[in-house]
Design a protein around this ligand. Sequence first.
Ligand code: HEC
Length: 145
Amino acid sequence: MLAAAAGMLLAAAGPSAATEESRELVDLPPMMRDHMLTNMRDHLAALDEILGELADGNTEAAAAIAEKRLGMSSMGLHGAAHLAKFMPPAMAQIGTQMHQAASRFVIAAQDAELEPGREAQRKVYRALQQVTENCNACHQGYRIR
Ligand code: HEC
């Protein structure tokens, strides 16, 4: 019964989702682990708020959230450099790429403000997807518990 339920969950997650065993376990000190998970929940909350602002046509507000909570200027806030020392280099690299992608999203969003249009809007979505692809890459490769 449980196995069947797990199988259904996996099927729902799709073939591209990593399993427990395929992710590398990164052993963080408990405080850092908690801190990282708190950051993570804020990352998802930020994404949610960004999408909400985009849906309302508030591109500038979306950019501001991205810069503050996901972009390069959020790295100090999250103690990213300190945390990165505990990560495998490839994992830290994905983290840096995510922050850089968020800062590029800010530029795409600002461009769309200055010169609105279908093409600019597509670039905004592409830039946001380049953020989430890094969320995904890290989640597929690593776990901390
Ligand atoms: C550098 C790696 C990395 C990046 C980049 C990353 N995450 Fe995570 N995230 C993790 C790890 C590791 C976990 C914990 C997985 C586990 O062990 O359960 C996690 C967990 C989470 C959780 C669950 C938190 C909880 O309390 O259980 C959420 C939500 C999340 N991430 C959202 C995001 C979002 C959204 C992004 C991108 C904007 C993102 N993450 C980017 C590594 C990353």
